[in-house]
Design a protein around this ligand. Structure first.
Ligand code: SAM
Length: 280
């Protein structure tokens, strides 16, 4: 029996392509078309939109994005074994699917020069999900070329993205994500939804870029401050920040920040003010 788009079910595509899942590539596939359509709709409205999809694999989510109305999908897949199956989808949707067979970490996304609105939608491979997100969040100039990111992460990473100051999950990823975007968890999928079944559940997170992140600060300087502060998160700021500046105590006092506070007690604006005080 074929799927709602007239193509063979993903389970059959995987079998016919001999796509045994590779752990090193974070291959946990979604086979249920209802689920992939739900994710595609969560990234909507898709009409007229250009979607960059990282890690399409055999194309379950790709097909859902096209069926739900995406004008164009640019699919970036490192595993060459997936390319023939993706080619079949491109044939079924003439002119709407571009397949890029490269490592997504090596792509210069801004240079793709995509028609707007453009956004990224992906069921990300676990091993590179965080570096990919951080790369997108560090896009310059800001606001970026994408109007939204709709991304599936391991649940634990999703919680780190939306964590608030004072919580155990609050760290570098929360500061960078929430300074530049408004993130929220859209839905959570049980591990059983994936084949092969991973050890943990996953969540889809939506990140909408802020037009002008406040307070404004240099992203590289902010990264240096949060790396030092959260790198030794049990230490007081007056010691953890010493690796980037010698006179931490007067600097923090001048900013009205308690030198004895720990990184997780600071708000995002505090990190920006420290970054600004240290200069670039
Ligand atoms: N989108 C499919 C789905 O939802 O069923 C597959 C998602 S699977 C979690 C992750 C996909 O990312 C795999 O197809 C894997 O080959 C691909 N991948 C892993 N590392 C990659 C990289 N560095 N660049 C591009 N694709 C990568």
């Amino acid at each position: 029996m074929s799927a709602p788009d007239g193509l063979p079910p993903i389970r059959d595509v995987i079998r016919m392509s001999g796509l045994t899942a590779r752990k090193s590539l974070g291959q946990n596939f979604l086979l249920d078309f209802n689920l992939t359509r739900r994710i595609a709709r969560a990234a909507g409205p898709l009409e007229g939109a250009t979607i960059v999809e990282v890690g399409p694999g055999p194309g379950g989510l790709t097909r859902a994005l096209l069926l739900e109305g995406a004008a164009r999908v640019v699919a970036i897949e490192k595993d060459e074994r997936c390319l023939p199956a993706l080619g079949e989808i491109a044939n079924a949707y003439p002119g709407r699917l571009d397949i890029v067979g490269v490592d997504a970490l090596q792509v210069d996304y801004a240079a793709l020069d995509l028609q707007r609105p453009a956004r990224i939608v992906a069921n990300l491979p676990y091993s590179v999900a965080t570096p990919l997100l951080v790369g997108w969040l560090k896009t310059e100039p800001w606001p970026p070329w994408f109007d939204r990111l709709t991304l599936m992460f391991q649940r634990e990473v999703a919680l780190r993205i939306v964590a608030k100051s004072g919580s155990r999950d609050y760290g570098r990823l929360a500061v960078l994500s929430q300074w530049r975007t408004s993130p929220r968890v859209l839905l959570t999928l049980a591990a059983a939804a994936f084949t092969p079944r991973p050890k943990v559940d996953s969540s889809v997170v939506e990140l909408v870029p802020r037009a002008a992140p406040q307070p404004s600060c240099n992203v590289a300087a902010l990264e240096r401050v949060t790396a030092a502060a959260f790198g030794q998160r049990r230490k007081m700021l007056r010691s953890s920040l010493r690796q980037i500046t010698p006179d931490t105590e007067p600097l923090l006092e001048q900013l009205g920040i308690d030198p004895k506070a720990r990184a997780e007690q600071l708000e995002i604006g505090d990190f920006c003010r420290i970054a600004n005080a240290l200069g670039r």
